[in-house]
Ligand binder design. Sequence first.
Ligand code: 3PG
Ligand code: MG
Length: 406
Amino acid sequence: MCPQQNSKKGSDAFGYAKMQDLDVSGKRLLIREDFNVPIVNGQVSSDARIHAALPTIRLALEGGAAVILMSHLGRPAEGRFEEATSLRPVAEHLTSLLGQTVRLERNWLDGVTVETGEIVICENVRFNRGEKANDEQLARRMAALCDVFVMDAFGTAHRAHASTVGVCRYAPLACAGPLLDGELNALQQALEQPARPLLAIVGGSKVSTKLTMLESLSDRTDQLIVGGGIANTFIAAVGYPVGKSLYEPGLVGAAKALLAKARHAGADIPIPQDVVVASEFSADAEAITRPVDSVRENEMILDIGPATCARYHELIIAAGTLIWNGPVGVFEFPGFSAGTRALARSIACSNAFSIAGGGDTLAAIDQFGIREDLGYISTGGGAFLEYVEGKVLPAVAALQARAGGS
Ligand code: 3PG
Ligand code: MG
């Protein structure tokens, strides 16, 4: 299911201006995209986010606009160009998907020449000093590029940056794009009255960013499963050795508190019973399955074991609604992909309404071929989780403020 199909046409639930309602003919549209996609050997390796953006770009072209795209990629240091996080592979990929040249502009802050029907993509917004601090002067320069600013990057709507929030304030007109609007409507519909039990599976390696989210999610969900680097912190919290595994010692106390709270509420956060370890972080490393209490000093946990997969399967099958963000192992390495594959299959065969989001999660969904078996797929990672938690997304608030005349 794609977000556009799910969007309630004409719904004003979020109280912002919408691109679909504007006459964009002859206008310069500056569209903030989330093209933060994985790049391998100079090529886009998972293009779900790019695909999700195409309907908006096509709508702009059909409406007679001149199209300027901007996005971040990765987390480069501000103030200089970096080849590794250049949007060149994205520009090339877009060119082939659209069958039309998408011109990459390396220096764009002083103005971009673009005609009706043309598409230009500005080089990585995070190369600009002041982007993350939402610098006013930078935001004004972005705003000066266009007649209409279209915020369509749902995946970056939780960042209050110059290219998401600042530009929205200073552009002559600012509106939500169909992807952002579709995502918000679909998630709102799915979460208003979820079928119970509501199970959230939160994995991945960004431990510090997700632990706070877990705290909120534990209040809203009936059951939580943690995976990846996050699970390692929980494994350490119950007192098992984690060897060289990725984990955050400073958050062990927070994990302990979450475990106690969940137990009190009658919904344990299950700790993996068995794990797959290696002595180095490498695709060729030997994969060894061990009981969770037997990880050696020189080993790192890279996946969950079969007994844990079986336990998670039962919980997933019993769920009424499932929220999935983040893999449970290093699924990019074949020797450590079995846990995420098993999880994906369990989700695919569960009757629960399943909502999935996140860059890595999208890549796993594609790798294990379960796209058709999910209820809803979001392009957001952190934004998806923050929305699910009930937080206000700053870019959405900025659009609403514009609509309110401020
Ligand atoms: C994401 O991938 O979650 C978004 O593109 C935001 O990226 P960020 O976490 O680097 O801000
Ligand atoms: Mg991410």
